[in-house]
Design a protein around this ligand. Structure first.
Ligand SMILES: Cc1cc2nc3c(=O)[nH]c(=O)nc-3n(C[C@H](O)[C@H](O)[C@H](O)COP(=O)(O)O)c2cc1C
Length: 199
């Protein structure tokens, strides 16, 4: 059997963008939600959802608090993996590779593209650290709003954009009788190699 039309092409980033457009049309929300796996220096993995904001030839970007668990793990072990699952399409994509910090200008641009309240929420949240009570969080938001009644919210130094540069990208489509299709792209230098995998 020849390759399914959904898996044709030699460029996994273009293929990913095609799949994302389909997901944007069919998913009820957040088609760009991805599970992000990171690991501690001694190899203990952890995973959580993030929103993938840009998918370009240089990589997949996401934004978070650099002092969170994922931020600390990426600081110590700058490698990660993303997994997206689109239930409406019955498809999955896995991406893996090194992770670097986006330049401050790119992080600033994204931070200030969010709503003012989202910027305040990000600025106030000591993401992943223990919170004594919900009331404390709400009081901190109120105090921050009083301190910044107008004007631009400064991006906190801990709010950071990251770029995962894909070395592997694997596409998966549900098939009959567990005979799913899997296509792995592996990058060597600037060249991608296509390999079909057993399901
Ligand atoms: C659909 C979805 C999207 C999310 N997107 C982000 C995101 O883009 N950035 C972020 O910091 N947290 C995001 N979160 C929250 C994270 O999953 C997580 O709770 C938080 O970042 C703390 O993770 P950590 O303690 O492992 O660092 C999202 C959660 C969900 C359910």
């Amino acid at each position: 059997m020849t390759t399914r039309p959904e898996l044709q092409g030699d460029d996994p980033i273009l293929l990913f963008q095609d799949w994302m457009h389909l997901a944007e049309a069919s998913e009820p929300n957040d088609p760009n939600a991805a599970a992000l796996a990171t690991a501690s220096p001694d190899g203990l993995p952890s995973v959580r959802m993030v929103l993938v904001k840009n998918i370009e030839q240089q990589g997949f970007s996401f934004f978070t608090n650099a002092e969170s668990q994922k931020g600390c793990q990426l600081q110590a072990n700058p490698r990660g993996a993303l997994c997206l699952h689109w239930k409406t399409l019955r498809r999955q994509v896995r991406v893996g590779g090194p992770v670097s910090n986006l330049p401050p200008e790119a992080t600033d641009q994204y931070f200030h593209s969010r709503s003012r309240r989202s910027q305040i929420g990000a600025a106030v949240s000591q993401q992943t650290r223990p919170l004594p009570s919900r009331t404390q969080l709400e009081q901190e938001v109120t105090l921050f709003e009083e301190a910044h009644p107008e004007g631009e919210i400064p991006r906190p130094a801990f709010w950071q954009g990251y770029l995962l540069q894909p070395h592997t990208v694997e596409f998966w489509i549900d098939g009959p009788d567990r005979l799913h299709d899997r296509l792995l792209f592996t990058k060597t230098g600037d060249t991608w190699t296509r390999t079909l995998l057993y399901p």
